[in-house]
Design a protein around this ligand. Structure first.
Ligand SMILES: [Zn+2]
Length: 241
């Protein structure tokens, strides 16, 4: 029971009608997420750690992670924040995805890039590709939150964003409702690559908002195997605990 928080959330929603420039977490007057709330979000520090939890989940916890990553042509993977249910981050991600507030994604992408630019994580990356939504889902939502995150990173790093080559060809039910094998079947062959020859030998960073089982990202990377000589980096705004 957190009546205090509920009250604050309601106040925050109410305020946003009159004052669009409030922190989406605490409701104080702020252009975007306020400094205090931003600092309170749990960092993973994975940009500098190889064989981290995100790399482990993407390689399905295979004992020889180096070999598994080589087979996927995956150079490195990292999430910026840990995602936990009932934490403020859940509320924030929910607003970014479902409440027509994609600017949260742009802002978070920028902030992640600012903190990570002192590592070598973005070095040598040629192009950023946000995990695409199916056109039907995109029409319903009006935006792709991962594209906003990608554009935030691009704003800091100067690496271009590409939304034309990789597409989602299967409209899959919400991943949150799926488990285990169903989930795997669900996203199998969900992606396609147009004109792969235009991406030959590129270092490509694929961006997603949240990695849970990694199944969707693996499916996308599988589809991208047709891009000869390309290598991949994966960036997720959040990694589920
Ligand atoms: Zn705040």
């Amino acid at each position: 029971m957190q009546p205090q928080n509920d009250k604050r959330m309601r106040l925050s929603s109410l305020l946003s009608i009159f004052y669009p420039s409030v922190c989406p977490m605490c409701g104080v007057y702020s252009k975007g997420l306020c400094d205090a709330c931003f600092r309170s979000l749990p960092r993973t520090e994975q940009a500098q750690i190889r064989q981290n939890e995100t790399e482990m989940v993407l390689t399905e916890n295979k004992p020889d992670i180096v070999r598994a990553m080589n087979q996927m042509r995956l150079r490195q993977a990292a999430a910026f924040l840990f995602y936990a249910k009932d934490h403020a981050i859940q509320h924030l991600i929910h607003r970014m995805k479902y409440a027509d507030e994609p600017d949260i994604g742009f802002h978070m992408g920028r902030m992640a890039a600012i903190e990570m630019q002192y590592t070598d994580f973005f070095d040598e990356i040629d192009v950023i590709i946000p995990l695409p939504l199916h056109p039907k889902r995109l029409r319903e939502r009006g935006y792709n939150q991962s594209e906003y995150i990608a554009r935030g990173i691009s704003d800091i790093t100067g690496i271009p964003v590409d939304t034309t080559h990789v597409t989602r060809i299967k409209n899959t039910p919400k991943q949150a409702l799926q488990t285990g094998e169903g989930r795997k079947q669900n996203v199998a062959d969900a992606f396609a690559v147009n004109h792969p020859e235009q991406l030959y030998n590129k270092q490509i960073m694929v961006v997603d908002d949240l990695i849970t089982t990694g199944e969707t990202m693996r499916s996308c990377l599988r589809a991208m195997r047709c891009i000869r000589g390309a290598h991949y980096t994966v960036f997720a705004l959040c990694k589920a605990k």
